[in-house]
Design a protein around this ligand. Structure first.
Ligand code: SAM
Ligand code: SF4
Length: 343
């Protein structure tokens, strides 16, 4: 099992497949950024699978593929198929003990949805369990203003395709920004009800590549709750929280769909964090807001043995930060922006 120095058990690995993106969300990658310098710096599929396998052997139960835009990575279906093999529980070779080896329980992908419509069925066939699709606005003009692209129809079609392919439960992520889409909170909640979706409202975090984040732009989770609850009364789900980032609510009138509120800025949840991240160039990040990284790629490429890699990972996990420092006076920005880290 992977545990950090504060006793938190790490069960959730986020793997960024690329730092590139075809959207220009203003809260993430507004001007694009020079992509990672050389092709050789990016992990190959073989390396990613090997790393995932090691992490699963250490107790990781959930893997989320993200980016940048993960669907820009060519032949991602092949990678999904390989990682999905880790879901099969292996039995120890000795028949008497029948001790179960750890296995992956959940393989998910976060995408902007741009090219998901035509790929959803094949991703499901390859072994992907579910998707999270980003959708910040249901108004064409505002969607374009926030993401830099005129692709609302494609994203809506992607949601339909994900439903047909049963990549469920489908989650929708909306980053709320004051003055940009805070007037769409109830509209997005209504969309979740009508389409039986799990709608996640996320507070804007200081991870944008333009460094224009400002506390005044953050729409607090409490405000989101209040606005939705006034129109569609909400009921806190019993299964809410734990190591999850979201407070989860159902609709009190029994309508389908779910509301999730993720409030890392105004209601820190670091004490229950079970996540660790791998960047596209093979760096382990112990926190979204880490100011440093740990070079797993070079360990792997220098021919380190499996036990040496395991020791490296365990030592890195022990260095996981106690919490983020967004609200502290001396907050130092993360060493990379969200599109590099993998959200
Ligand atoms: N490109 C994919 C997408 O947009 O879904 C996957 C990568 S994106 C970095 C993952 C998630 O991070 C998205 O849902 C996005 O809205 C969220 N995100 C990006 N920048 C953020 C920020 N500054 N604060 C909060 N969430 C952010
Ligand atoms: Fe691209 Fe996702 Fe960042 Fe938007 S949030 S710029 S889609 S990586």
């Amino acid at each position: 099992m992977l545990a950090d120095s504060y006793g938190r058990i790490i069960r959730d690995l986020r793997v960024s497949l690329t730092d590139r993106c075809n959207f220009r969300c203003f809260y993430c990658l507004p001007n694009g950024e020079p992509p990672l310098a050389r092709k050789e710096t990016i992990l190959t599929f073989e390396e990613i699978v090997e790393i995932c396998e090691i992490f699963v052997s250490l107790g990781i139960e959930k893997i989320r593929l993200t980016g940048g835009e993960p669907l820009l990575r060519k032949d991602i279906e092949k990678l999904v198929a390989k990682i999905a093999e880790l879901k099969t529980t292996n039995l120890d070779e000795q028949p008497k003990t029948k001790k179960q080896k750890p296995a992956l329980k959940d393989l998910a992908l976060t995408t902007n949805g741009f090219s998901l419509e035509k790929r959803a069925a094949n991703l499901k066939k390859a072994g992907l369990d579910r998707v999270t699709i980003s959708l910040d606005s249901l108004k064409k003009e505002n969607f374009k203003r926030m993401t830099g692209v005129d692709k609302l129809d494609e994203v809506l079609a992607a949601i339909e395709a994900a439903k047909r392919a049963r990549l469920e439960p489908i989650r929708i992520n909306a980053v709320l920004v004051r003055g940009w889409n805070d007037d769409e909170i109830v509209g997005l909640a209504s969309f979740a009800r009508e389409n039986a979706l799990s709608m996640r409202f996320i507070e804007y975090m200081p991870l944008d590549s333009a460094h224009e984040w400002d506390k005044g732009l953050v729409v607090a989770g409490r405000e989101v709750y209040r606005k939705i609850n006034e129109v569609f009364p909400l009921k806190l789900k019993e299964t809410s929280r734990g190591s999850e980032t979201a407070w989860k609510y159902s609709f009190a009138d029994g309508a389908r769909g779910e509301i999730g509120i993720i409030a890392p800025v105004t209601e820190m949840f670091c004490g229950a964090c079970s996540r660790i991240r791998l960047t596209a160039d093979g760096q382990i990040r112990t926190c979204l807001f880490s100011t440093g990284e740990h070079n797993l790629r070079d360990q792997l490429r220098s021919g380190a043995s499996r036990p040496e890699i395991v020791d490296f990972i365990k030592a890195v996990v022990m260095k996981k930060e106690p919490r983020h420092f967004i609200n502290d006076k001396n907050f130092a920005s993360a060493s990379r922006s969200m599109s590099f880290i993998g959200g």
